[in-house]
Design a protein around this ligand. Structure first.
Ligand code: ADP
Ligand code: MG
Length: 410
């Protein structure tokens, strides 16, 4: 089953192409773009279409305006940044909503190579309900569809699912952009043909967010290195004393089942041996490093300790494939950032194919100045986890060669 891409789009000179991007960027308090990584990530696709003579109508969601227009989530600053990032001195016209008359007129008068950005799609309630009527309004504007919003591919929203469905049903193209293509290639490689030893590092806040991916990874990896708050649910389920660390007691049965699954498959699940503890999450509290299974009652574990980093680094040094999702501790605060940094250095230094997913994990790696050391920084948080679980993502399957055939395998 293969993904249709920009290479399958054919002649686009003089046509108008809809490009679903993920420009859901963080904004500063005064409404400026705080980090333009997501805008940069879509440039190869936009440039490709511009060079081929298409008029490009970009569209994104931004924040959670919940179906009504909201000045705090307008895309104008994003359009401005996009214009600055494109090589040619270009303006990127900030359009209104797809059904507005001025929008229709403006799209109609776009020339070859011109770029515009529709207003925040989530101002229309039809976006999140995957409304075919809203999709129809978007479809009317354009001749073809490109999806480069990997970060939104796990959501069946109108611009991600109903719109490409409509395009295909009406004989128009619906294909993946370069970013989407690369994500599917890299994550698909981890899913189907990872080189062993394959080691996954999992951390972050909640084990309940990641039980699905833990279970799926156990079928594929050789070792799982656990850190972050989720480690304490696994430790507590084994009867360790974890003090006031974050524990999801309602997940004990699930994590015990995962442990049994791992044992069955001969997969090593490594838990922290030492942790950095404090009485609360703050920069100015006294900290100490203690045995991970004997945390004093009044303290909580907020990072993995140096012995754990050493142990994890030893396992990572032999890996040929490394997947990382979720920081090892409260990396946002300096006293609890060493574990994440240490593991990041070990992963970046390994002679392995290295992939990172997850918003906070990416932030941690960039903060540590280690982004260059990784082969792929996935732009999808939830989307990459669902993909790695082996689930079919609604925004991806619709871009595949024969989605219908695939949905009903005889
Ligand atoms: P990602 O965005 O990379 O998927 P998550 O959102 O799952 O990661 O988790 C990141 C959050 O987990 C961070 O805000 C971090 O402070 C928090 N965290 C990590 N370790 C701990 C811990 N021991 N106690 C409390 N919070 C933690
Ligand atoms: Mg997060």
């Amino acid at each position: 089953m293969s993904l249709r891409t920009l290479d399958d789009l054919g002649e686009v000179d003089g046509t108008t192409i809809f490009v679903r991007v993920d420009f859901n960027v963080p904004l500063t308090d005064d409404g400026q773009v705080a980090d333009d990584a997501r805008i940069r990530a879509a440039l190869p696709t936009i440039r490709d279409l511009v060079e081929r003579g298409a008029a490009v109508v970009c569209a994104t969601h931004l924040g959670r305006p919940k179906g009504t227009p909201n000045d705090a989530f307008r895309v104008a600053p994003v359009a401005e940044r996009l214009a600055a990032l494109l090589d040619e001195p270009t303006t990127v016209q900030a359009l209104g909503m797809p059904g507005d008359e001025p929008t229709k007129a403006a799209v109609g008068s776009l020339g070859p190579g011109q770029v515009a950005l529709l207003e925040n799609l989530r101002f229309d309630p039809g976006e999140e309900t995957n409304d075919p009527v809203f999709a129809g309004v978007m479809a009317e504007l354009v001749d073809g569809y490109v999806d480069d919003a990997f970060g939104a591919a796990h959501r069946a929203h109108a611009s991600v699912r109903a719109l490409p469905e409509l395009m295909r049903a009406s004989g128009r193209a619906a294909v993946a952009g370069r970013l989407m293509q690369r994500e599917v290639e890299v994550l698909g490689r981890l899913l189907h043909e990872a080189v062993h030893p394959y080691v996954a590092i999992l951390g972050g806040a909640k084990v309940s967010d990641k039980l699905g991916v833990i279970d799926a990874l156990i079928d594929r990896v050789d070792a799982l290195l656990i850190g972050g708050a989720m480690a304490f649910t696994l430790l507590a389920a084994e009867g360790a004393r974890v003090g006031r660390s974050l524990v999801e007691a309602d997940r004990f049965d699930d994590v015990r089942a995962a442990q049994a699954h791992a044992k069955d498959r001969g997969v090593l699940i490594e838990l922290p041996v030492d942790v950095v503890v404090a009485s609360k999450i703050a920069v100015d509290v006294p900290t100490q490093t203690v045995n991970a299974r004997e945390i004093p009652n009044e303290l909580m574990g907020l990072d993995v300790g140096p012995r754990t980093v050493e142990e994890y680094a030893r396992i990572l040094a032999d890996a040929k494939t490394i997947l990382w999702n979720g920081p090892m501790g409260v990396f946002e605060l300096e006293p609890f950032s060493a574990g994440t940094r240490g593991v990041a250095i070990a992963a970046a230094g390994a002679d392995a194919f290295t992939v990172v997913g997850g918003g906070d994990s990416l932030l941690a790696i960039k903060q540590a100045g280690l982004a260059e050391g990784f082969d792929h920084l996935s732009t999808g948080g939830g989307a990459s986890l669902e993909f790695l679980e082996g689930r079919r993502l609604p925004g991806i399957e619709i871009l595949e060669d024969d989605p219908d055939e695939r949905r009903n395998p005889n």
